[in-house]
Design a protein around this ligand. Structure first.
Ligand code: AMP
Length: 223
């Protein structure tokens, strides 16, 4: 197979449903899901030196500095399973990261083929994030009202324990949204100008978003 690698970016504010939709998209695209937030949480869980360097930013809901974040994601993208591309989720989150990613991909003769921007109003995001629960074992995402597990507190997929992320508590959620609007939303224009941005209405059922994503995904648009 000699088709060009598929680097697809999932863009959208925290709580837009990127993690939920990623499992579905990963199947369609046939590339690994690379979520910067998950990579950071792995470091925190394993108490690595890098984890100790970044923990205070994450706890406050602030962005980790670009150089640290970009190095971590690039290291992940250099793994053999990403040779045919990756579904990037939560990265890039600043213009600096977006430029660094473009430059790193260009060095290998690659580029981003599509950016899927999931759009959801702020008031819906606050409600979604505060009801979000995540599986400690496999990372599956639930919502206590809109997407509850069959059994309270347990993951449908693997039986793992569901927990609320510290940064999903109301005060931090509002701060993370502010950070999104100030630092991440400029990426919408950045990718629009590149002609790779597609908008997806994220304020509908999970199945509705899946259908829109399925119709929108194409990595041939850039010729
Ligand atoms: P997430 O799971 O994507 O909401 O990320 C959780 C936290 O990890 C964020 O609030 C940031 O502190 C940090 N983080 C994740 N991705 C990035 C990124 N691309 N740039 C900087 N910080 C990030």
């Amino acid at each position: 197979m000699s088709s060009a690698p598929k680097f697809v970016v999932l863009l959208g504010p925290p709580g837009a449903g990127k993690g939920t939709q990623a499992a579905f998209l990963r199947e369609i695209l046939g590339v690994p899901h690379v979520a910067s937030g998950d990579l950071f949480r792995e470091h925190l869980l394993n108490k690595t030196k890098f984890g100790r360097q970044v923990v205070s930013y994450i706890e406050r809901g602030e962005l980790v500095p670009d150089d640290l974040t970009t190095a971590m994601v690039m290291e992940r993208l250099a793994q053999p399973d990403c040779q045919h591309g990756a579904l990037l989720d939560g990265f890039p989150r600043t213009l600096g990261q977006a430029v660094a990613l473009d430059e790193a991909l260009a060095k290998q003769g690659h580029r981003i083929c599509q950016v899927l921007n999931i759009v959801v109003p702020d008031e819906v995001l606050v409600e979604r994030l505060s009801g979000r629960r995540v599986c400690r074992k496999c990372g599956a995402v639930y919502h206590i009202v809109h997407n509850p597990p069959h059994q309270d507190g347990a993951c449908d997929r693997c039986g793992g324990e569901l927990y609320q992320r510290d940064d999903d508590r109301p005060g931090t959620v509002r701060y993370r949204l502010k950070v999104y609007w100030e630092q991440t939303s400029p990426l919408i224009d950045y990718y629009k100008k590149q002609g790779v941005l597609v908008e997806i209405n994220g304020n509908q059922s999970i199945e509705g978003v899946q259908a829109e994503l399925k119709a929108a995904v194409t990595c041939d648009g850039r010729g």
